[in-house]
Design a protein around this ligand. Structure first.
Ligand SMILES: [Zn+2]
Length: 379
């Protein structure tokens, strides 16, 4: 097989096929700003040229296969719908000063034109710049928020969790409104990106039960992903945190036919004993154990077995223990494991399980890409 371009490689994996080698992305989102001198995210986030410059610099340095547009991907839709911004340690997020204080507020939520709201406009333009520069040969993805997490940002996660039990009809009314607006934004990336990664941190089973996922997240995600696919974009589902309890539904939310993917850290075998038990059950082997130095990779064994013939799986190098606190040798070992557990037949993308801390050392990002090239070859 001749060497593929990054775009061909990623498209093949997302379609369920076997490329020349496993594709890899370093997921340098806020971390990319370090490549241009480390400006504060809040100072450059509405400047698409600077954001694109940072992403291009990171891509040029690390040579990964997917470039990601966006910064505060979990929060843009909520901000557009009126949530207030605040600055956390690394990222402009939304404040506790919620937009929805009573159910009447649902009718009053603003839905600004995408070109009239600074954040939506800036991310769309950033994606356009990356797509123009790289899109003919390298995959461009954009991070956006899933409707359930946007609802949580508009209400406060604790208020949303209570409302799922106390006012389910009102939650559905909110979800309808949020989903309609979100889809408009997501579809606007057609011609500006190849793939849309929908982030749903609030559907992690640590926060939301599988039963609530099924009722309040799944139907809206299904509509979201279908609309993304209908717009000619490739949908990627990113449920954060421990996903073992909702993995089947997370795949079921995607359109029937690939290309598509589920990206996650999927679980952690040492601190979440249920995760390891899940792998043992799926694989049918009680003796499977976790590596104390890398308790994430083992999850890929179960994920591949459970859903690897239905969608492409992307993950799940431990973003903290390996990428932030580990050495290049640890990164290489984790990549080797992930490829061994989930590489067979293709439909795998190696990447950190979630967004990267800005303090991740450059040599670990180099190691991530180099190790994938070393161990991920199919030819
Ligand atoms: Zn995540």
């Amino acid at each position: 097989m001749t060497e593929m371009t990054s775009l061909e490689r990623v498209a093949t994996a997302l379609s369920g096929g076997r490329p020349d080698r496993v594709p890899v992305t370093a997921l340098t989102i806020s971390r990319a700003l370090r490549e241009i001198g480390g400006p504060r995210p809040e100072d450059v986030m509405n400047n698409p040229e600077t954001m694109a410059e940072a992403k291009l610099a990171a891509h040029a340095r690390y040579g990964d296969d997917i470039v990601v547009a966006g910064l505060d991907g979990c929060f843009v839709e909520a901000k557009a719908m009126g949530a207030e911004t605040k600055i956390s340690e690394h990222m402009p997020i939304v404040s506790e000063n919620r937009r929805i204080k009573s159910w009447d507020d649902v009718d009053r939520l603003p839905t600004p034109d995408l070109d009239d709201f600074a954040r939506t406009k800036a991310v769309l333009e950033e994606a356009s710049l990356l797509f123009k520069e790289l899109g003919s040969h390298t995959a461009v993805a954009v991070i956006v928020s899933g409707p359930f997490s946007t609802a949580g940002n508009l209400m406060g996660p604790d208020n949303l969790a209570r409302a799922l039990i106390e006012a389910p009809d009102q939650v559905h009314r909110l979800m309808e409104k949020v989903t309609d607006y979100s889809i408009k934004y997501h579809r606007a990336f057609a011609g500006r990106a190849h793939a849309v990664v929908v982030l749903e941190p609030m559907t992690a089973t640590e926060l939301t039960s599988p039963a609530h996922y099924k009722e309040f997240a799944l139907p809206y995600l299904r509509r979201t992903f279908q609309e993304i696919a209908d717009a000619g974009l490739i949908p990627i589902n990113h449920p954060c945190g421990d996903t073992t309890g909702i993995l089947d539904m997370a795949v079921d939310a995607l359109p029937q036919k690939p290309p598509h993917a589920v990206h996650a850290s999927f679980g952690q075998a040492l601190t979440r004993p249920r995760s390891l038990k899940w792998v043992q059950e799926v694989v049918g082997d009680d003796s499977i154990s976790a590596d104390p130095g890398d308790p994430y990779s083992i999850l890929m064994l179960g994920v591949k077995k459970a859903v690897g013939n239905k969608t492409c799986i992307a993950g799940n190098i431990d973003p903290i223990g390996v990428m932030l606190e580990g050495s290049p040798k640890n990164v290489e070992a984790a990549v080797k494991q992930v490829v061994a557990y989930a590489g067979e037949g293709g439909a795998l993308i190696v990447c950190p399980g979630c967004d990267l801390n800005p303090d991740i050392p450059a040599e670990n990002l180099v190691a991530l890409v180099e190790a994938t090239k070393k161990y991920g070859s199919y030819v």
